[in-house]
Design a protein around this ligand. Structure first.
Ligand SMILES: Nc1ncnc2c1ncn2[C@@H]1O[C@H](COP(=O)(O)OP(=O)(O)OP(=O)(O)O)[C@@H](O)[C@H]1O
Ligand SMILES: [Mg+2]
Length: 277
């Protein structure tokens, strides 16, 4: 088991991979109040890969996700999915936010079948599909409940099922477990790994937890303090371990130290930036 430095933007990756961020930057506003959230970033994610992004608060992680999702357009460069420029959101890129993205007035089943139904899938078929994904996140018994009747962890599972019900090629997840307690978070980490292995969905994952990134992903990228760029990226093998205690192994601890060192330097820069504001 190991962690090795890895170039996410090598020429062969930029040419061949499923999702390519090609020199994409983002500046918000104009003139004196302009904020450069991202300097030109290049990286590629292959089909079935699981890329985790870690980086100091405010470094542009969510901005990068919003560009990939098509919620924002890059100020320069472009995002390509299978060679086609991304210009808007699409059902093939499912997004899961930190919390609260369910419709409170709809049952779990209605929330999960909403996407397929609005894309024209016949209602009965959409509901049957939705039930499969509700089952996948172990919530079959709660299909007719409303979000307020569920715990935070259960709501996040519904959010994941809802994204999966559109059968996206990619899941884009912005700190999906950040608001959960540690125990629930650990359970859901196992679940997302199982779902990823089962569905082979490509995953772009933002987290503040290096442990989570190492436990789940095939690749980990550390972003610099704002304006964000990829400071260093790694290929990681720990995701493939079937040892539930892999996080306690010496190899994992060493990998964690390596990523932490890169991140720590950037976090210090980032907090200086905050002070100087
Ligand atoms: N719509 C917007 N308009 C103006 N500035 C924005 C907008 N969205 C983000 N920013 C700025 O861009 C920078 C990056 O923000 P972003 O939300 O991408 O950071 P982040 O890495 O996701 O942070 P966190 O870890 O706290 O979630 C910040 O300085 C933020 O204020
Ligand atoms: Mg964010």
């Amino acid at each position: 088991m190991s962690l090795v430095a890895f170039d996410l933007s090598g020429p062969s990756r930029l040419e061949n991979m499923e999702l390519v961020v090609d020199g994409a930057s983002k500046v918000f506003g104009a003139g004196e109040s302009a904020v450069t959230a991202l300097t030109p970033i290049s990286l590629a994610i292959g089909a079935g890969e699981f890329l985790s992004i870690v980086g100091p608060s405010g470094c542009g992680k969510s901005t990068l996700l919003n560009l990939i999702a098509g919620f924002e357009t890059p100020s320069s460069g472009e995002i390509r999915l299978d060679g086609k420029t991304v210009t808007r959101p699409g059902a093939e890129r499912g997004v899961v936010f930190q919390q609260g993205s369910l419709f409170p007035w709809m049952t779990v089943l209605d929330n999960v079948s909403f996407g397929p139904i609005s894309r024209g899938v016949p209602k009965a078929e959409a509901r049957e599909k939705a039930m499969q994904f509700i089952d996948l996140v172990h919530l079959s018994a709660f299909a007719s409940r409303y979000p307020y009747e569920l715990s935070g962890g259960m709501q996040q599972r519904v959010g994941i099922a809802r994204a999966l019900a559109n059968e996206p090629r990619m899941l884009l997840m912005d700190e999906p477990f950040a608001s959960l307690d540690q125990q629930t978070r650990e359970i859901l980490q196992f679940e997302i790994k199982r779902i990823w292995q089962r569905t082979k969905t490509t995953i772009f994952w933002i987290t503040h937890s290096i442990d989570e990134a190492l436990f789940l992903s095939t690749h980990v990228a550390v972003m610099s303090a704002r304006p964000g760029r990829i400071k260093k990226a790694f290929a990681s093998e720990f995701f493939a371990s079937d040892d539930p205690m892999v996080g306690s192994t010496q190899a994992f601890t060493e990998a964690k130290r390596e990523v932490t060192m890169v991140l720590h330097e950037e976090s210090m820069k980032s907090s200086k930036q905050e002070e100087q504001r």
